[in-house]
Design a protein around this ligand. Structure first.
Ligand code: GAP
Length: 536
């Protein structure tokens, strides 16, 4: 599947639109349309149900070291600015960017590729902002143009190895930027904090600056004490939150994959330090399995443990759940979710102040006067276990997923083409979304075969009976084959058709989106039949 096909389908059928479309869009922002909003809600609801409300705290879940509780929160997007100072986001949440003086374009330093070559006695680095085969083709094309060569002279280009990242290049004077015609137009890399700044209150002085949260996690950490004091949860337990996060990404791209406004589904799981390695293993597996259960193919999904040098300074282990998105070069995967063992870093930071690593220890970072660089809340965030009479700072396991990335992966996986007979029995190409029934925006469509002979009346009755239980769609316009295809295209798992037999024996046909099989049930049994099949 080409990504363009999915993007076109999403716009045509109302899943996703560029934000502010009539003004030409706004880079890094997307709007979910009438079907997209249902799909994304279903993703969020499946996550909340499977992780929070459906979790049985009385039993030990398969693979878990012990029984545990789950609860939820919904925190403000704008929090006290000190939160971001202590969490490290204020000092450390940045990317490096390079600007091109000629094209005026901006790139993320670690996302520019290129290759060295020598031609006509000159050695240059030809850059591209895409990797893979496309990057190889682009750099070849750019080099030919730069050296004024014709196709037949291509072997005058002596390439020195394949694509490497711009981060490996020290001196930019011989770099031909991705959109430049001359050498040496890229600036030195500069730090760029990804947090969106805003101003709170009418006066708007420097001290009123605040940030839109770049992650939902911090709202959970700063409410740890509130949750412990107001409920009867006992460690081990998890707090879940779904909500918007904002990052001023330098190069938002690949449809919704890297947006500037997106939604996260995060769990902070608090446990005893002694059992945290087992809990980390449990959550790694549990979250990986969640995507498989909802239809992602195991051949396109992987669980990748971070190398030691990739780990954050506080993390004792992180694994990414990654999906082979179709916009990536073959063999490459993109992050869907990170599962991190964060130790006691977060609770301690909000107690004591921003921490830094010193040898094996995390210590409060001090300023020139020996005072904490960023002061913590001073509140005691330790936990007292009434049963063991032990006081400790819980360790945290954090499964952090993106609702938009998950939705995109489910859409990519679902996009299918096959051949099916059209209304004249002629085999024709069929496009359908093989979405898991839990995720499908519409669960069933109801059609009268024709708009006469009392069929619409019966179909409306069935529609009315189903409506309180699930998202259903009624359609009586056009040939029935066309109506089936319109539903296939948006992933509706079942279509119910009222035909001439219905008027005689009270039965209707139900058609399965994936197998195209049709069978008859009595019209009164439609609801029970759909409920069984939707939860199978
Ligand atoms: N609290 C940890 C945290 O925020 P992260 O890896 O930066 O970790 C977690 O983000 C998840 O949020 C990612 O795996 C991804 O699914 C989603 N995400 C992060 N940045 C995103 C962006 N710019 N656009 C869409 N989703 C994003």
């Amino acid at each position: 599947m080409e990504m363009d096909q999915l993007v076109a389908l999403c716009k045509r059928r109302g899943f996703l639109f560029p934000s502010s479309d009539i003004y030409g869009g706004f880079q890094g922002f997307w709007d979910y349309g009438p079907l997209g909003v249902e799909l994304k809600r279903n993703v969020r609801e499946a996550w909340w149900r499977d992780m929070v409300t459906g979790h049985n705290e009385l039993d030990v879940s398969a693979g878990a070291p012990a029984a545990y509780e789950m609860t939820g929160l919904d925190c403000a997007i704008i929090m006290h600015p000190q939160v971001w100072r202590c969490s490290g986001h204020y000092d450390l949440f940045h990317d490096y960017m390079v600007d091109c003086r000629e094209s005026k374009k901006r790139y993320r330093h670690d996302q520019v590729y290129g290759r060295w070559l020598t031609c006509k006695g000159q050695r240059i680095f030809v850059a591209s902002d895409v990797g893979g085969n496309e990057g190889l083709e682009l750099t070849q094309h750019k080099a030919m143009k730069f050296f004024n060569l014709r196709g037949k002279d291509a072997d005058e280009l002596a390439w020195d190895g394949s694509l490497v990242l711009l981060t490996s290049v020290k001196d930019f004077s011989q770099v031909l930027g991705p959109d430049a015609k001359t050498l040496g137009t890229l600036t030195e890399p500069r730090e760029f904090n990804l947090m969106f700044k805003t101003v709170v209150g009418a006066l708007g002085g420097a001290e009123d600056a605040a940030f839109l949260r770049p992650e939902t996690a911090q709202g959970i950490f700063v409410n740890f004490k509130n949750v412990c004091d107001s409920t009867r949860v006992r460690v081990p337990f998890g707090i879940a939150q779904i909500g918007k996060s904002f990052r001023n990404e330098i190069t938002p791209r690949n449809f919704t994959f890297r947006s500037r406004e997106f939604e996260q589904m995060e769990i902070e799981f608090f446990c005893h330090p002694g059992s945290s390695p087992q809990w980390y293993q449990y959550w790694r597996q549990r979250r990986y399995q969640w995507y498989l259960n909802l239809g992602l193919a195991s051949s396109r999904l992987r669980l990748r443990d971070h190398e030691k040098d990739e780990l954050s300074h506080y993390s004792c282990g992180t694994a990414d759940i990654e999906y082979a998105f179709p916009f990536l070069p073959a063999g490459e995967f993109g992050e869907l979710e990170g599962v991190a063992h964060r130790g006691d870093f977060d609770l301690r930071s909000h107690m004591e102040g921003k921490l830094v690593r010193q040898g094996d220890q995390l210590v409060v970072e001090l300023d020139g006067n020996g005072k904490p660089r960023h002061r913590g809340s001073g509140k005691d965030l330790s936990y007292f276990d009434e049963q063991t009479k032990e006081r400790f700072i819980p360790h945290v396991i954090e499964p952090s997923a993106g609702a938009d990335r998950a939705t995109l992966a489910f859409l990519c996986e679902a996009y299918q083409e096959d051949e099916a007979p059209d209304e004249n029995g002629k085999p024709t190409k069929r496009l359908f979304l093989k979405l898991h029934p839990r995720l499908a925006p519409i669960k069933a469509a109801v059609f009268p075969l024709v708009k006469k002979d009392g069929m619409p009346e019966v179909a409306r009755e069935i529609y009315k009976a189903l409506k309180p239980h699930m998202t259903v769609f009624y359609d009586e316009k056009g040939a029935v084959g066309r109506r089936y295809r319109r539903q296939d295209e948006v992933g509706t798992p079942f279509c119910i058709t009222v035909d001439s037999h219905t008027l005689q024996d009270g039965t209707v046909t139900i058609r399965d989106r994936d197998t195209l099989r049709q069978w008859r049930v009595s019209k009164e049994e439609c609801l029970a039949e759909l409920k069984t099949r939707l939860t199978a």
